[in-house]
Design a protein around this ligand. Sequence first.
Ligand SMILES: [Fe+2]
Length: 223
Amino acid sequence: MGSGQKLKLVAAIKAYLEAVVDESPGVGEVLSQINTLTLDPGRMIHRRPVPPAHSKLLDVAIAGIPGGRLAGIAEALPAVVDLVEWRMDRGRFYEDPREIGDDYTNGNMNCELIGPEGNAFHHPDFTLGLFFMVPRILYRDHDHIPPELYLPLNGPHGWRFDVGPWQDLPAGAVVWNEPEQPHAMRTYDMPFLAIYSWPHDVNNLCRVVQAGDWGKIERELLS
Ligand SMILES: [Fe+2]
């Protein structure tokens, strides 16, 4: 059932977070939740695999993971892709799904490795997994009650916080969204692939934060 491969990926993610624990307050919070688990193959969850809807682009995203500190994750990830359930967020995680936009709902995928629906380990109030977006789309501004960690595995991709100026962040940069802090992302030619985590309060929905410039950004990304 791929216990060894999934365990290797979780261990590689944990090792990366341990290496960057001083770079953001959120990393320690996520690590302390991982450390509540017994990372043993006998405790592992196996869900029925569902192939990724954007499988070719996912391959491109994985090929774009640089070496260096991310090499362990890059090495472990390909063997896990076909062993897990890939989902598309069609607005299930939003208070008003219509506001998040068609580009996002058609262009995202996620895979929960740890959490209530984890493919590797179960945790009732902690999620950690993989998050993907196709090239040249905007993930509109939104917020949520729990804090959130992102570890982009490739890049650069565009980010903005509190509906402020855009900035490009590279692979490996830790992003920590404080509770209820609005954030948005945009992709360029490289599909987006990241580790995500909500360390607690996972039974909350996201809320779209109105910004006024989505149409302009979405048109620019397509031109
Ligand atoms: Fe978020």
